[in-house]
Design a protein around this ligand. Structure first.
Ligand SMILES: *Cc1c(COP(=O)(O)O)cnc(C)c1O
Length: 713
């Protein structure tokens, strides 16, 4: 604690808890804690892009001193700090009351990406936010968990789009001194550096950083330190960067290095949760340790197997890492003998029997090496069982032991504070912090007056439109982009018009350009003078994914087309902050992936919490979420020309249902029937598709068993 305060030498003692709070992301999902920073100086808060560490460092002493003597501020401070301290100290919570001893050795959660806050750009998309929301919900419920990941000094990518619509990646380095991360210190007060043995010549080392997520610590590995050879320093530079070999090197660092780090910081995890295949090499390290102590390989592998849960996240083949055997040999030749395995037996661990020569498949490996496996929606469970059946040749598809736990989002993070206030007023005070997976509470949404909900929604929409326009203005002023790009960036957006949002990673199967399939039909909708439609797009393509960049370029060019009247906007550099504005402020959330490729999807859940109904393909979570009254659904699997059929369905839904319903307003300008759909979306989706329900399911179905080391059922 003292070390925290030392970072802000000018902080008055009376409010020194702000330092500790700034370094615990707990503040980010508690609006009252956020306000504590914001009300110090709204301007500075905005300029810091909501990063309390940067703000506290730069704030003049006199502002802090005056806060420390302002009785109103101090009252607010004392209340927040009391709640914070109570939650941090408590061993209690749902886990200890329902599952087990919270002092139990923890579950170690491994993931290549985490989406926690926009000040930490360590994510590419949904997988990262799922992991981030998982940690927050484990903190809320008291599930004993520690997490391991990467500190990517250059993040994922900063997107800048050329005038011709081609995505460029601009380098952006994070400033380690103002990010909400701290150096994990050794006994000498220096940053801990851990050796990653066996694989690299010259030797590789990782520096250890820590992010505090409520009660959950997240340890981040960083290879960009002086002691390392330049080729090693590069390894953690970017998320998912480079070629196959660089990927393999990253995954070795994450799995093997991550295991060394946990050991060095003194954590004795009882079980593992592997989030997607990337970190799965951790399991080898666990086996090696046992073999080294004299246990036979089979027994060691069985022990590790019985204490491991693996979550698979995608039906897309290219989403599963496969490393050629000669590459594996290059890195593992000195390692597999330590496991007591020969080359052949080692390679067999990663063979996918449907393509045995392709190489070492990380998903096949992780599935073999773990007792518990799950997909991330009911549908994805089915798809995964079909996809991986060949690993269990004696079982029928139905019997393949891949279960499913449908994803959920962290409600306090993704529900706008203004909507939370409405809930507090009409449903139950402070419910968001406690009972947000209780359906009873959500039923009370009907008590919120229609007009009030609509006014809050309209306010959020204005906020989105202003934010988008402001970004376009900045690009004009600072980068002197041409005026057409200023229009394409969203300056002509109209807050009165029915607004569709589409924002996610650009990958071909997500079909971002589907709505342009019949351009004439779309033009009629957007150019309707009395009932116009507008669409806001955002999203990044992976730097190596040219087909996705071409789709992005196509969408971007439509935004420039005068015949679409400035009603199509493309907003650059999609990230957590823009996701918040968009999922809170548009009227309809559009999702058009090609089934069955979307394992779950989560942005549509974020939208629903804020009263933004989905217009989505029946795939992933929406198959479970759609109830006929809480949004719109179309499409499905089949041999047909899916693009034609699905776009046709979207136009018809828009023309016949969505647009008429939205524009049918009462004399106060409130679209009463539309508000009914908004409420239905919140009521039906909130209690089910949230991270609290999700982590409880993980805890009951898997963690409880894995902690005991026992087999399922
Ligand atoms: C939630 C979220 C995602 C995931 O969205 P999907 O629709 O599930 O693909 C991606 N990026 C950001 C910034 C998000 O907040």
């Amino acid at each position: 604690m003292n070390s925290m305060k030392n970072r802000f030498p000018h902080m008055p003692d009376r409010i020194s808890g702000l330092a500790e709070l700034a370094y615990n992301l707990w503040w980010s999902w508690h609006p009252a804690a956020r306000m504590l920073f914001k009300r110090l100086d709204r301007q500075a808060w905005k300029e810091s892009v909501h990063n309390p560490i940067r703000m506290l460092r730069e704030l003049p002493v006199k502002i802090l001193e005056s806060a420390a003597t302002d009785s109103v501020y101090l009252h607010h401070y004392d209340v927040v700090l009391a709640i914070f301290r109570k939650e941090m100290e408590a061993n209690g919570g749902w886990f200890s009351e329902n599952v087990g001893d919270p002092d139990h050795s923890p579950i170690a959660y491994f993931s290549a990406e985490y989406g926690l806050h926009h000040s930490l750009p360590f994510y590419a998309g949904g997988l990262g936010f799922l992991a981030g929301d998982h940690l927050k919900a484990c903190s809320d419920t008291g599930i004993p968990l520690v997490a391991v990941g990467f500190m990517y000094p250059e993040g994922y990518l900063r997107q800048l789009i050329r005038p011709d619509g081609w995505q460029e990646n601009v380098d952006q380095s994070i400033d380690r001194d103002v990010a909400p991360i701290t150096r994990f210190l050794n006994e000498d007060g220096e940053q801990l550096v851990v050796k990653v043995p066996y694989f690299f010549e010259p030797q590789a080392y990782v520096a250890v950083w820590k992010v505090v997520v409520g009660r959950v610590p997240l340890y981040l590995l960083d290879t960009d330190i002086e002691i390392n050879d330049p080729s090693i320093r590069e390894i953690s530079a970017h998320l998912y960067a480079g070629d196959t070999e660089e990927r393999l090197r990253q995954e070795i660092i994450l799995g093997i290095g991550g295991s060394q780090v946990l050991k060095t910081v003194g954590i004795r995890q009882a079980a593992h949760h592997i989030n997607e295949g990337h970190p799965a090499f951790i399991l080898l390290e666990r086996i090696r340790e046992r073999v080294q102590q004299g246990m036979p390989y089979d027994e060691a592998a069985q022990e590790v197997h019985d204490t491991t849960l693996f979550t698979t996240h995608t039906p897309v083949r290219a989403g599963h890492d496969v490393f050629p055997f000669d590459l594996m040999e290059k890195y593992f030749a000195r390692y597999y003998p330590l496991l007591g395995l020969n080359r052949d037996r080692f390679f067999q661990l990663g063979v996918h029997s449907e393509e045995p020569d392709a190489g070492f498949n990380m998903t096949a490996f992780a599935l073999r090496m773990s007792a518990y496996h799950n997909g991330v929606s009911k549908k994805h469970g089915e798809v995964a069982r079909r996809m991986w059946q060949s690993l269990w040749p004696d079982l029928s598809e139905k019997e393949v032991p891949i279960d499913s736990i449908t994803n959920g989002v962290h409600v306090p993070t993704w529900m706008d504070p203004k909507i939370q206030l409405l809930f507090n007023k009409y449903c139950s005070p402070y419910w968001v912090l406690g009972d947000y997976d209780d359906p009873i509470v959500w039923k009370l949404i009907d008590d919120i007056p229609d007009q009030e909900l609509w006014e809050v929604h309209y306010w959020l929409k204005m906020k989105l439109v202003n934010f988008v326009r402001d970004r376009a203005r900045q690009r004009w002023v600072e980068d002197r982009v041409d005026p057409v790009s200023v229009v394409a960036g969203g300056t002509l957006l109209d807050p009165m018009a029915l607004t569709i949002g589409f924002a996610r990673r650009f990958v071909t199967y997500k079909r971002a350009d589907l709505i342009f399939h019949d351009l004439d039909r779309l033009k009629k909708l957007v150019n309707n003078r009395w009932r116009p439609l507008q669409i806001i797009f955002a999203g990044k393509a992976h730097p190596e994914d040219d087909p996705a960049k071409r789709i992005l370029q196509r969408v971007f060019n439509f935004a420039h087309d005068p015949e679409l009247g400035g009603r199509i906007a493309f907003v650059e550099n999609y990230g957590e902050q823009l996701a918040q504005y968009m999922t809170h402020g548009v009227d309809v959330w559009l999702n058009t992936p090609l089934p069955p490729m979307e394992a779950s999807g989560t942005s549509g859940m974020k939208a629903s919490l804020n009263g933004v109904p989905n217009l989505s393909v029946l795939d992933g979570w929406w198959i479970e979420g759609f109830n006929g009254k809480n949004g719109w659904a179309f499409g499905g699997e089949g041999e047909a020309d899916r693009d034609s059929e699905d776009s046709e369905a979207i136009y018809s839904l828009l023309e016949e249902e969505v647009i008429p319903l939205y524009y049918k307003m009462d004399s106060n300008g409130v679209p009463l029937e539309w508000v009914r759909v908004m409420k239905e979306a919140m009521k039906s989706i909130g209690p089910l598709f949230n991270a609290r329900r999700m982590v409880k399911e993980y805890a009951k179905k898997f963690y409880a068993n894995a902690l005991k080391g026992g087999r399922e059922k």
